[in-house]
Design a binder for this molecule. Structure first.
Ligand code: NAD
Length: 306
């Protein structure tokens, strides 16, 4: 089945996770402005209610705004069953919700790895399990958007746990882009670089004292290079319209990914330089270790606390 040309989202049922904040909120506002009927969710109930209110205040249609934790399989399945019973299948499903924890491998604890995989990988998988089979049965085609990250393309410093999940989501997307083609369902893998959202404040960098001036400078330089959530939302909607698989939002990330494939030694050199710069920030803003407290995330040995 060929995917029908999609001019805009007018009258389309669009499900968005992570809609309370940042990219999810921005893409919900843009989709609503194009005439989509929205089905929104987020773990943050108050933020979700405010986002739904903002959409409605601009004349947008929010059919449902239900808080849910995407890492909770039963909650996602129940929500989907409820929505399908009342409104039928979705046309567009967007996996946007996510969290971020960075750290060197000697600082990351088991819970950090687990949280990244449960929210950033199993979350989207739950949503795919809950919504995509219904789209296939409905036979109207549609689109699946998975918001991954630059950390799914290149080896960013401190991103091992985050990349584990985001590369995983890239793997799922890479297969589904071909598996779902025969059902007329397009797939977009969105790989933003820095985006100036509340996530830049909530990102946990294990082993780094985030109050140190060196870290503040690092955060500021991240912000200066960041896209706005609305720019990312616009790129996502263009990706859906043009049925584009890889959606970039940063020329630097696109260039680094290009280097990786075309001139691997140059990519390797650039990543080593970046890694050394991160190491300098880490040294200047390391959280003081408390060797007497095995639960202290900055303590030198973690083996006992995992
Ligand atoms: P954000 O913090 O502004 O929004 C993320 C939303 O996800 C929040 O509203 C949060 O409540 C929700 N969420 C978190 N855990 C959840 C859970 N278990 N169940 C349901 N909802 C949950 O951050 P953002 O920058 O808009 O992030 C959106 C996506 O973009 C994430 O997947 C993130 O990994 C990705 N991303 C962000 C950046 C960046 O620099 N901000 C860069 C690359 C990729």
């Amino acid at each position: 089945m060929r995917r029908p040309a999609r001019k805009d989202l007018r009258g389309q049922r669009v499900f968005v996770t992570g809609a309370a904040s940042g990219i999810g909120r921005a893409v919900a506002l843009r989709a609503a402005a194009e005439g989509a009927e929205l089905f929104l969710t987020d773990i943050n109930a108050a933020g979700l209610a405010k986002a739904a209110e903002a959409v409605r205040a601009r004349g947008g249609k929010v059919r449902r705004a239900d808080p849910a934790d995407v890492s909770d399989y039963d909650a996602v399945m129940t929500l989907a069953a409820d929505i399908h019973a009342e409104f039928g299948s979705m046309d567009v499903v967007m996996n946007v919700a996510g969290i971020s924890t960075w750290g060197t491998v000697e600082n990351l604890e088991h819970r950090h790895w687990r949280a990244m995989v449960e929210v950033n990988l199993m979350g989207p998988i739950h949503v795919i399990e809950a919504f995509v089979p219904q789209m296939i049965v409905a036979g109207r085609g549609g689109h699946l958007v998975n918001v991954s990250s630059a950390a799914a393309l290149i080896g960013l410093p401190w991103h091992a746990a985050y990349s584990a999940a985001k590369f995983g989501l890239r793997g799922v997307s890479e297969v589904l882009r071909f598996d779902l083609r025969r059902h007329g369902i397009g797939v977009s893998l969105v790989c933003p670089g820095a985006v100036d959202t509340p996530l830049t404040n909530t990102v946990e960098i294990v082993g780094v004292d985030q109050t140190q001036p060196a870290f503040h400078d690092f955060q500021e330089s991240f912000r200066k290079r960041a896209s706005t959530p609305d720019e990312v939302a616009a790129a996502i909607l263009t990706g859906i319209r043009r049925n584009r698989y890889l959606v970039h939002t940063s020329t630097r990330v696109r260039a680094a990914y290009g280097l990786q494939r075309v001139i691997p030694p140059l990519y390797s050199l650039a990543m080593r330089v970046l890694n050394d710069a991160a190491e300098r920030v880490l040294k200047q803003s390391s959280a003081p270790a408390d060797p007497s407290d095995p639960a202290d995330p900055a303590a030198p040995t973690k083996a006992g606390s995992r």
